[in-house]
Design a protein around this ligand. Structure first.
Ligand code: AMP
Length: 293
């Protein structure tokens, strides 16, 4: 298995990217927090297929975690992460430490905020989350200077927020969103799945089952958003191990909540729920004829 080159400093990334670009290669970039799984591998493989030089970053970003979230216990599995990157064909892995990314204390840091798209859903449940994401992603874009950056549809709101930031700030790159990779039983792959006990792991399938049921209802002609939403809520609440955070229908482009059908655009179903102590999210485009989950 080819091992990608691993660099820890910003200067080394810039040198490697500059060299690749000088040789006429297009640069693809996959930002991650490590604890890599097949979902991340799919992003890397897509970048390898669509660009000429793929950079993966592995950095557990503290600014996107709230005070009571799992920053310190977030899984760190660098050795297997590097194998995953190598197997998927990455050319360069950037593993900065905290001081490299954030040399100044949080009080005196520059943040970038996208006010639109970040108030509802994950933004409502995790108030400082998105400014942490957009800040670190903008920094990484400035370091790597990719032509194309790859994000997962699994974090649906996140990829929309990143797209908006790129558009608002005229950043010279393209954002590609890659479909969610799932376990055979439907559970969306996530670094946080490893927190689940065997019972919780079983219960966690309720998220994708809820989305599938909602999708099927829409495909069968259901056009009352409240009734579709109730399908999501009822399915999630059918399992006592799972406590619902939110289940909503939103315009897939603007994230405005859907109040009435007919809707002109596509509709996304967005879910967040706690299974045991683990918070999971999932989503699906409910109006896709090709089936959703
Ligand atoms: P993370 O390391 O969790 O910050 O995720 C890094 C990237 O991988 C993000 O763009 C995620 O949306 C994406 N990702 C995470 N899980 C999946 C999945 N199951 N399928 C596709 N992409 C994913």
């Amino acid at each position: 298995m080819p091992t990608p080159r691993v660099v820890e400093s910003i200067a080394d990334v810039r040198r490697a990217v500059h060299e690749a670009r000088g040789a006429g290669r297009r640069i693809g970039f996959v930002p991650t927090m490590g604890a890599l799984h097949e979902g991340h591998a799919r992003l890397v493989e897509t970048s390898v297929a669509e660009t000429d030089f793929t950079v993966v970053s592995i950095f557990v970003n503290p600014t996107q975690f709230g005070p009571n979230e799992d920053y310190t216990r977030y899984p760190r599995t660098l050795a297997t992460d590097l194998e995953c990157c190598g197997g998927a064909g990455a050319d360069l892995v950037f593993t900065p430490d905290l001081a490299m990314m954030y040399p100044r204390p949080r009080e005196s840091m520059t943040f970038v905020e996208v006010p639109g798209l970040t108030t509802d859903f994950e933004g409502a449940s995790r108030p400082t989350h998105f400014r942490g994401v957009t800040t670190v992603v903008l920094k990484l874009f400035a370091i790597v200077e990719p032509d194309v950056a790859f994000f997962g549809a699994k974090d649906y709101q996140q990829q929309l927020v990143i797209r908006r930031m790129v558009d608002d700030l005229n950043l010279p790159l393209v954002i590609r969103t890659v479909p969610t990779v799932r376990e055979p039983d439907g559970l969306a792959k996530s670094s946080r799945n490893r927190y689940l006990s065997p019972e919780d792991r079983q219960a966690a399938t309720v998220l994708s089952r809820a989305l599938r049921a909602a999708c099927e209802a829409v495909r069968a002609g259901e056009r009352d958003p409240d009734r579709v939403r109730q399908i999501l809520v009822k399915t999630i609440e059918s399992d006592q191990r799972v406590s619902l955070d939110y289940a909503e229908l939103a315009d897939a482009d603007t994230l405005e909540r859907v109040r009435a059908w007919p809707v002109s655009g596509r509709v996304v179903g967005l879910l967040a729920a706690r299974v045991g102590t683990t918070r999971l999210i999932d989503n699906a485009i409910l109006t896709d004829e090709s089936g959703c989950v």
